[in-house]
Design a protein around this ligand. Structure first.
Ligand code: IDP
Ligand code: MG
Length: 139
């Protein structure tokens, strides 16, 4: 059975481009209920830890530099089958391949600066949510 929680970040470029409000509006329009949200910034060390699963990939160093380059929005979202539903809603990793109208198609500018993160499993959604939020910051 699929869980009802996923985790997202609005990435630094989308925040810098002034699209934070538009993306939050899109998220709620999509029926995702915001359980926790914060405007924050990752240190390089935190970004390395968050993306540790990708540490052997050629894009890892660039990704870590990018993700720690400016403020982000981190959020826990709730919806039925949240992980798969949100991944469908944000679109493919490369905005060029993302379905028209999806968050990445609308606000992503490159495969790296693809506007938002979305968890890839129920297990990772829990781990990633706990990376940013204590139980007292969830509603
Ligand atoms: P996902 O975010 O769609 O789950 P992953 O493969 O988990 O995609 O990659 C994590 C993040 O790493 C992507 O969202 C993107 O920011 C970045 N990334 C993935 N592939 C590339 C690449 O080929 N070049 C540069 N950055 C990439
Ligand atoms: Mg991923």
């Amino acid at each position: 059975m699929s869980g009802n929680i996923t985790f997202t970040m609005i990435k630094p470029k989308a925040v810098a481009d002034g699209n934070m409000g538009n993306i939050i509006a899109k998220i709620t329009e999509g029926g995702f209920n915001i359980k926790a949200m914060k405007f924050t910034r990752l240190t390089k060390e935190q970004a390395e830890k968050f993306y540790a699963v990708h540490s052997a990939r050629p894009f890892f160093n660039g990704l870590v530099t990018f993700m720690s380059s400016g403020p982000i929005v981190a959020a826990i979202l709730e919806k039925e089958e949240a992980v798969q539903s949100y991944r469908n809603y944000i679109g493919a990793t490369n905005p060029a391949d993302a379905a028209a109208g999806s968050i990445r198609a609308l606000y992503g500018t490159s495969i790296e600066a693809n506007a938002v993160h979305g968890s890839d499993s129920d297990e990772n959604a829990i781990i990633e949510g706990a990376f940013f939020f204590s139980e007292f910051e969830r509603f």
